[in-house]
Write a protein that binds this ligand. Structure first.
Ligand code: NAP
Ligand code: HSE
Length: 425
C-alpha cells in the first residue's frame, strides 16, 4: 500500500468537505487504488474556531511552515481563497518540491504563469480542477479529451451563487437580498460574496477556461464584467413573457486572432440547453470543430461537489509518474498577435420608460435606426405611471458600439433607459 502525506491550507467549507470525503472514502481508495492518504497538518487562521467538520484539533496550526516546510508532506491542497497570502504559500510549496492541488481561482487566474513555472522547474504537479465549476471536470476535459478541437465558442453558467439567486428570483419572485443570504448559508458563496454577485468569480474562472480552450493566455483583465446587482424582478418577468430566461453567463468566442471574453447578465431563449440549468448547478456549453456542440453540467459549488474535484486531483497526482502542464505560452501578458475586443455582436433587450405622448415611439425607433440597430419585437408592459410608460424592445443582432451609440442618442427627458441586457442564442 502506497501512503501519501498531505497538508491543507484552509479548513472552511471546501476544506471541511475534502476532509470528510477523504475520511469516508478511505476504504474504497485503499482497496481500489492501493493508496492511503494521510492529512498531517492543516493551516487555519484560528485553531479554536468551532468547525462543522470532524477534523481533530491537533492537526490544526496557524504556522504556514508546518505545512510548507515539512519534508514528509509531498502534496499541499489549498482552499484558503484570495490572491495573497495563498499565492505566496503555493509558490513556496512548489519550490519545496510539493505538488499543489488548489480550489483557488483567484490565485490561478492572476498568477498561473508563476505557479506553472515553479511547478515545472521543480518537476511537481499543479492541479486546479476545483477552481472552475466545482464538480464538473471541465479543466480535465479541455486539457485532455477535447485537445483535438479548435474551440471557437464557449458559454457557461459558472457561478453557483448567482445561478441560485437568479433561479429563485425567476421561479418564486423572491427578493435578491433574502436569496443571497441563503446562498451564503449553503456554503456556495465566496468568503466575500461581492465577488460572486459582481461577476468577479465568474471572470476569474472564464480567464482560466478560455486560456485552456483557446490554447492562449486569456488574462483576467481582458474579461469584460457586469454582475447581477442591478437585475430587477421586472426585467426577469418581462424577459419571461417574451420567451427568455435570465442567467449570468460567461462567454468566450474566438474568431481567428480576435477573442471576446465577457461575463454579464444574459437572456437566453427558454429552449436553450443552458436555460434549464438552475440552482447551484453549473454548465458549460461549447463548440469545437470536431466534437461540435456539447454541454457539461453538474454542481458548481458547495462543500462535497468541490471536494469531489479536489480529491480527484489528489488521487490523480498521487498515482501519475509524470505531471502534465498546459502547452501554450503561459505568461502574464497574452501573445502579441491576439486582439481582445469589447465590440461584440449580439441581440439586445432594452427597457425604457417613455413619455406617454404621440411620436415618442418613432423617436426611440429613430435612435435605433440611426445606428443601424434593427428592432425584432416590442412590448408595452404595465400601465402609465408619472406620465411614463414602460416599453421593452428586443433587437436583431447589432454591434455593441452601435447599441451604445443608439442608447446615448436617446433623450432621457422623453425616453429614459431603465435596463439593457444582452441576448444570446
Ligand atoms: P472559507 O469557508 O472561508 O474557508 C477558508 C479557510 O481558509 C478557513 O479555514 C480559514 O481559516 C482559512 N484561511 C483563510 N485565510 C487564511 C490565512 N491568511 N491564513 C490561514 N488560514 C486562512 O472558504 P471556502 O468557501 O472553503 O472557499 C475556499 C476556496 O475554495 C476559495 O478559493 C474559493 O473560491 C474556492 N471554492 C469554493 C467553493 C465553494 O463552493 N465554497 C467551490 C469551489 C472553489 P479559519 O477557518 O480559521 O477562518
Ligand atoms: N462562490 C462560487 C460559486 C464557488 O458560487 O460558484 C464555486 O467556485
Amino acid at each position: 500500500m502506497k501512503e501519501i502525506v498531505i497538508g491543507f491550507l484552509g479548513c472552511g467549507n471546501v476544506g471541511g468537505g475534502v476532509w470528510e470525503l477523504l475520511q469516508g472514502f478511505a476504504p474504497e481508495i485503499a482497496h481500489r487504488d492501493q493508496l492511503s492518504v494521510r492529512v498531517k497538518k492543516i493551516l487555519v487562521r484560528d485553531v479554536n474556531k468551532a468547525r462543522s467538520c470532524s477534523v481533530p484539533r491537533e492537526l490544526l496550526t496557524t504556522v504556514p511552515e508546518d505545512v510548507l516546510c515539512d519534508p514528509e508532506i509531498t502534496l499541499v491542497a489549498e482552499f484558503m481563497g484570495g490572491e495573497q497570502p495563498a499565492t505566496e504559500y503555493l509558490l513556496r510549496a512548489l519550490q519545496n518540491g510539493k505538488t499543489v492541488v488548489t480550489a483557488n481561482k483567484v490565485a490561478v487566474a492572476l498568477n498561473w504563469h508563476k505557479l506553472q513555472a515553479a511547478a515545472q522547474a521543480n518537476h511537481v504537479g499543479l492541479y486546479y480542477e476545483a477552481s472552475v465549476c466545482g464538480a464538473i471536470p471541465i479543466i480535465n476535459a479541455l486539457m485532455t479529451p477535447l485537445q483535438a478541437n479548435r474551440i471557437t465558442k464557449l458559454m457557461g453558467i459558472i457561478n453557483g451563487t448567482t445561478n441560485y439567486i437568479l433561479s429563485r428570483m425567476s421561479a418564486q419572485g423572491e427578493s435578491y437580498d433574502a436569496v443571497l443570504q441563503d446562498a451564503q448559508k449553503l456554503g456556495l458563496a465566496e468568503p466575500d460574496p461581492s465577488s460572486d454577485v459582481e461577476g468577479m468569480d465568474a471572470a476569474y474562472k472564464l480567464s482560466i477556461m478560455a486560456s485552456l480552450a483557446f490554447h492562449a493566455r486569456v488574462p483576467f483583465k481582458a474579461v469584460y464584467r457586469e454582475g447581477i446587482t442591478r437585475v430587477t424582478a421586472m426585467d426577469i418577468a418581462c424577459g419571461k413573457e417574451m420567451g427568455y430566461v435570465l442567467k449570468l453567463l460567461a462567454i468566450a468566442k474566438r474568431d481567428g486572432n480576435t477573442i471576446e471574453v465577457r461575463v454579464h447578465p444574459t437572456f437566453l431563449p427558454q429552449n436553450h440547453p443552458l436555460s434549464s440549468v438552475d440552482g447551484s448547478f453549473n454548465a458549460v456549453y461549447l463548440h469545437g470543430h470536431a466534437c461540435q456542440e456539447m454541454m457539461l453540467q453538474g454542481r458548481g459549488a458547495g462543500d462535497m461537489p468541490t471536494a469531489s474535484a479536489v480529491v480527484g486531483d489528489i488521487l490523480h497526482a498521487a498515482m501519475v509518474d509524470v505531471h502534465v502542464h498546459p502547452t501554450f505560452a503561459n505568461q502574464a501578458e497574452p501573445a502579441k498577435e491576439l486582439t481582445f475586443t469589447n465590440n461584440w455582436t449580439t441581440k439586445y433587450y432594452i427597457r425604457v420608460s417613455a413619455i406617454d405622448a404621440p411620436g415618442v415611439l418613432s423617436a426611440v425607433a429613430g435612435c435605433f435606426a440611426k445606428e443601424n440597430v434593427s428592432i425584432a419585437s416590442m412590448m408595452q408592459k404595465g400601465s402609465v405611471e408619472d406620465g411614463r410608460v414602460p416599453l421593452v424592445f428586443i433587437t436583431h443582432a447589432a454591434s455593441e458600439q452601435a447599441m451604445q451609440a443608439a442608447l446615448a442618442d436617446m433623450d432621457p427627458a422623453v425616453c429614459r433607459l431603465e435596463s439593457m441586457i444582452r441576448v444570446e442564442d
